[in-house]
Design a protein around this ligand. Structure first.
Ligand code: NAG
Ligand code: NAG
Length: 515
């Protein structure tokens, strides 16, 4: 990942009001041709194998990759081998890695049955476990969590295969004197969510994850601080702009879901105002800003009678979830309360790695569609009109179809899917000859000289990666140096796992016309 920061923009002001108002009906009025969603699901899970750090297992399917980072943590006397590279570089950034695992787990929790129908449940679970095995190693004592291996500045100085890596592998941690409530909170959320996934199939492991999650939450809550203020190396890369209040609520919400312990729900209720859970109206959901996810989880709780004693606060969370969903559909009052779309109908939040907001938005709208069906509301009342579960599903599908090729360039932004997809993904390993084919060492700047600058397609295809995607005008330049558009990230693909599975189910069991 290149330097990346998000700003807490409620939405981007836009000057194309007439286009927006015209295209706001686009997702519902034109039914794009459907795609092979089960194929997309199968491919998207391969991406997580391409991003693996550490010693690869015997059943590794992405064979252009080999072992890497085998001494991670050694200098610090801790075993930090494993985990994921977040994007096209080789830093192991804890915050986005944890968010990726939370979203993979959420996908399996909601849509595991459909993932299993496609025969991909094992792979989805392996993708989660590759992350949680690493978090277990990284959480070396109750108040110590290793947060990052490598650093962005030195990593970006080189263009190498992970197998040849010569850059610093220094590890950084948070502890009582260097708190990081955002990182501890997100890692707790990831482990709590994953514990639900493993509950039936691997109860011992599930229990272990829960134990770590509870400790990490207590640590994050009792030792408050922003991780990027405790560890300078995170500052220019994954700065937690929204602070840690959202991660603490998010962690408590997931711990409640995993344990059913009222203590965690009480935390979410008691801190609703103080932490902005019912205050922030936000039109993005991302590795940094989790409020919309928290608000949707709170809305799910309203379906269950047993939470009625918290109805008052939960309904405030719900009204913010409604706001987020209405904003995605351009049905709030006023441009600044709605997300922008490209002329081709894609959610457009910002130029750098915009697709992350598309996949997370498509996930929450799909979930809300299910949620409305189950609740007694049946439809959502937005300022601009009523929205049915069908509308939400159709919207979510329109975003996914755009990703898969129903767009002005006929380009699939999911690498390896369909006839046309990005061929010069900003990805060190993919852009250099496979280590398994050619073990000759490729040095730090040699990669820049011989591979980065080449106009040839990448020798290896990072199948299943969702790249940053097109600009506000549906334009896309397939160049390695164009990292805002051609770099992929693990948290872009994670929410798609669930969505692809659900769409595949609908495609195979429900007549097209009926949804
Ligand atoms: C979808 O793709 C899978 C390969 O992943 C293939 O086996 C299947 O036949 C395809 N389905 C259709 C309807 O083309
Ligand atoms: C995209 O596909 C459509 C329908 O096949 C075609 O009419 C159009 O010219 C294509 N556009 C591009 C940019 O390839």
């Amino acid at each position: 990942m290149e330097k990346k920061q998000t700003a807490l923009l409620v939405s981007i002001a836009n000057i194309f009001c007439f286009i927006i108002s015209f295209f706001s009906i686009f997702p519902f009025s034109i039914s794009a041709p459907s795609h092979n969603y089960s194929d997309a699901l199968t491919k998207s899970l391969l991406y997580f194998e391409a991003q693996r750090s550490g010693r690869l297992p015997y059943n590794q399917r992405v064979t252009w990759r080999d072992n890497s980072g085998l001494m991670d943590g050694l200098e610090q006397g801790v075993d930090l081998v494993g985990g994921y590279y977040d994007a096209g570089d080789h830093v192991k950034f804890g915050l986005p890695m944890a968010f990726t695992v939370t979203m993979l787990s959420w996908s399996v929790i909601e849509y595991g049955e459909y993932i299993a129908n496609v025969g991909e449940l094992e792979h989805a679970i392996e993708a989660i476990k590759w992350g949680t095995d690493y978090f277990i190693k990284a959480h070396t004592s109750p108040h110590v969590l290793w947060a990052e291996v490598g650093d962005g500045d030195t990593d970006h100085y080189c263009w190498q295969r992970p197998e040849d890596m010569t850059t610093s592998r220094q590890a950084y941690k948070i502890d009582e004197n260097h708190p990081g409530s955002d990182l501890a909170g997100e890692t707790a959320a990831a482990m709590a969510a994953a514990s639900i996934v493993f509950k039936k199939t691997n109860p011992h492991y599930s229990h272990l994850l829960l134990h770590h999650a509870q400790q990490l939450f207590e640590f994050g809550d009792n030792y408050r601080g922003k991780y990027d203020e405790s560890m300078g190396v995170a500052k220019n890369y994954y700065t937690s702009v929204s602070g840690y209040n959202d991660e603490l609520l998010w962690a408590a919400m997931w711990l409640h879901k995993a344990t059913n312990n009222q203590r965690y729900l009480t935390y979410v209720i008691d801190n609703a105002h103080l932490f902005g859970g019912v205050g922030w109206s936000i039109t993005e959901f991302s590795w940094d800003v989790k409020f919309a996810g928290i608000q949707v989880l709170a809305t799910q709780l309203l379906i269950d009678e047993k939470h009625m004693k918290h109805k008052h606060i939960l309904e405030q969370y719900q009204s913010k979830a409604d706001y987020y969903i209405c904003s995605c559909l351009n049905k709030n009052n006023g441009t600044k309360h709605n997300v922008a779309y490209t002329p081709g109908g894609l959610i457009y939040i910002r130029q750098w790695n915009n697709m992350q907001y598309v996949s997370s938005g498509a996930f929450l709208t799909m979930l809300y569609s299910d949620l409305l069906t189950k609740s007694n509301r049946k439809e959502l009342k937005c300022h601009g009109g009523e929205v049915t579960p069908q509308d939400l599903l159709q919207f979510s599908k329109s975003q996914v179809d755009y990703i898969l090729g129903s767009n002005p360039l006929n380009m699939s932004y999911l690498v390896g899917f369909g006839p046309k997809f990005p061929s010069r993904v900003h990805h060190r390993g993919a852009s250099i000859v496979s280590y398994r084919e050619n073990k000759g060492f490729i040095g730090c700047t040699q990669g820049y000289d011989n591979w980065y600058g080449s106009s040839d397609p990448n020798p290896n295809i990072v199948v299943g990666a969702l790249v940053g995607g097109p600009n506000h005008n549906d334009e896309f330049t397939d160049k390695r140096g164009n990292y805002m558009q051609t770099e992929a990230c693990t948290y872009n693909t994670a929410p798609l796992i669930g969505i692809f599975a659900k769409l595949s189910y609908l495609e195979n069991t429900v007549l097209h016309a009926s949804y």
